[in-house]
Design a protein around this ligand. Structure first.
Ligand code: UD1
Length: 327
């Protein structure tokens, strides 16, 4: 029998590639399935890369069988909030319908563990300062809804089968592999730290602050930024948790502390040693004012200990990648 492997959909993307690298460093066998619509083949520095679609049942079934897959980690998705507002069906098709197909293949092939990339966007505008895993889910953009529907399918399938899952609700992911082998090279990026790093590296002329009239101390949006290396470690720990018999669970991935857009821009300027060209603009559709994690459960359940919980380190590694990009 072929040795067991982990199937990682979207493993050529920003977050998936960091997880694949860490899985490799921990000695796991990995098969990456990525259609390279937004990912980069150079980002896959461990395991086998299969170019194809995670919503293709024939291909997925063949991979599950041939590689004796016990665990699926599902990253493949569209992730741009404003685009999801403009093109909702693109998001429901790619994120929700394709996840349904993938889950059906997993059920047919008796996949035992599923780690799902979800998002803080499922909370919408939470009451109170922080979102707890039990906070009501009321997404305010189609991106968040497309992911929440996938969470529900996963929950219902697990209730009806032996599949167990960890849903990881990511807050705002940033930073890069500190040794710069891989990083975030997303084309037409919209994420704040990425965009600011591009400005600092001279790849863009300026950046806009989307809204200065939010009910926050400096009027700009507040988010909980988590370093991609800590997030990747949460995936490796989720795998270990499931393999050792842990029950299905949903976990916030954040540090539990928020920074405003102005604070982030100041941190990038400090790391870059230069002023950035910044314009103040109107709010962006689908943006909540504040989104910060209540982040105790992940520490308790997985024994996760962040190592990069520092805004300066986050922006510094983003900037280092932006100035020395390998792809
Ligand atoms: C969103 C999702 C998040 C998801 C991520 C993936 C929500 C609430 N969050 O993050 O779950 O993982 O997308 O793509 O839907 N900003 C600017 N100027 C810019 C870019 C951003 O001012 O050029 C501001 C935004 O208005 C926001 C903050 O910076 O206040 C962070 O925005 P961004 O980095 O785009 O991430 P989210 O939209 O928070």
């Amino acid at each position: 029998m072929q040795e067991r492997s982990i199937l990682v959909t979207g493993g050529a993307g920003y977050i998936g590639s960091h997880v694949v690298r860490q899985l490799g460093e921990s000695g796991h066998r990995v098969v990456v399935l990525d259609n390279l619509s937004t990912g980069f083949k150079e980002a896959v520095i461990h395991g086998v890369l299969v170019v194809g679609d995670s919503g293709d049942p024939l291909l997925v079934s063949r991979l599950l069988r041939e590689h004796n897959i016990e665990t699926v980690m599902h990253f493949a998705a569209h992730t741009v909030v404003p685009e999801s507002v403009a093109l909702p069906l693109k998001y429901y098709g790619n994120n929700t319908c394709k996840t349904r197909n993938l889950l059906e293949c997993c059920a047919e092939h008796g996949v035992e563990h599923f780690v799902f990339s979800s998002t803080a966007a499922v909370y919408g505008i939470p009451e109170g300062a922080c979102a707890h895993e039990d906070t009501a889910t009321r997404p305010i953009n189609p991106y968040g809804t497309s992911k929440l529907m996938s969470e529900w399918m996963l929950r219902d399938l697990a209730a009806a089968s032996t599949l167990r899952f960890v849903v990881l609700r990511y807050f705002n992911v940033a930073g890069s592999d500190p040794s710069c082998r891989i990083g975030q090279s997303t084309r037409n990026a919209t994420l704040l730290i990425k965009v600011a790093a591009e400005v600092a590296a001279g790849r863009r002329a300026s950046l806009a602050i989307f809204g200065t009239d939010f009910p926050t101390p400096d009027g700009t949006g507040i988010r909980d930024y988590i370093h991609v290396e800590d997030l990747a470690d949460a995936h490796v720990k989720s795998l270990e948790y499931l393999v050792s018999g842990g029950e299905s669970t949903t976990l916030n991935c954040g540090y539990g502390r928020g920074y405003s857009v102005r604070e982030v821009i100041a941190a990038v300027e400090k790391a870059a040693g230069q002023r950035l060209e910044v314009r103040e603009g109107p709010r962006r559709a689908g943006d909540p004012p504040v989104l910060v994690a209540e982040a105790d459960r992940i520490r308790r359940v997985l024994g996760w200990q962040p190592r990069y919980d520092d805004l300066h380190t986050i922006v510094e590694t983003s900037l280092r990648w932006e100035r020395n990009r390998a792809y």
